[in-house]
Ligand binder design. Structure first.
Ligand code: SF4
Ligand code: SF4
Length: 142
């Protein structure tokens, strides 16, 4: 095993038991991760708020998938399918970049059930100007 300083810039360390390329071709749930990989452990038990996904409003633009810093947006067959709550840290970036009106992702108390959260979903807000999340300098969603 190489020392971390010996890896090339941009190198990827695969947390798989088998060959990385072979495992990458499979869906997350079918890959064999090493026992010391962060994928096999929950790293989200200190989360205070969680994002809840409302598929009735979602347009599957995948902005949330692109911007989530923890790769915690799940997808199936070209559609956003929910949140990986074992790894989501509750940072709220996905909610910030969701472009729909009302948003398709909103933050709720971590103990709130999905059903309760969906029952509180806001209606479409009238008179909102379309917000751009990009500026010449790059991401400006905060
Ligand atoms: S709250 Fe943060 S970590 Fe969780 S899914 Fe959204 S962007 Fe990812
Ligand atoms: S950013 Fe919003 S609309 Fe786009 S895929 Fe994610 S939840 Fe759906």
């Amino acid at each position: 095993m190489k020392n971390w300083q010996e890896f090339e810039a941009g190198a990827v360390l695969f947390p798989f038991e088998k060959q990385g390329q072979e495992e990458l071709g499979k869906h997350n749930n079918e890959r064999t991760y090493t026992t010391n990989s962060s994928f096999t452990a929950s790293v989200a038990n200190w989360r205070v708020e969680k994002p809840v996904h409302n598929k009735e409003v979602c347009i599957n633009c995948f902005n949330c998938w692109v911007y989530c810093p923890d790769a915690s947006i799940l997808s199936r067959e070209g559609k956003m399918s929910g949140i990986d709550y074992e790894h989501c840290k509750g940072c709220g970036v996905c909610v910030d970049v969701c472009p729909t009106n009302p948003k398709s992702l909103l933050m709720f108390d971590n103990l709130e059930s999905e059903q309760e959260a969906l029952a509180k979903w806001p209606q479409k807000a009238e008179g909102l100007k379309k917000k751009s999340y990009r500026t010449e300098g790059g991401y400006n969603g905060f």
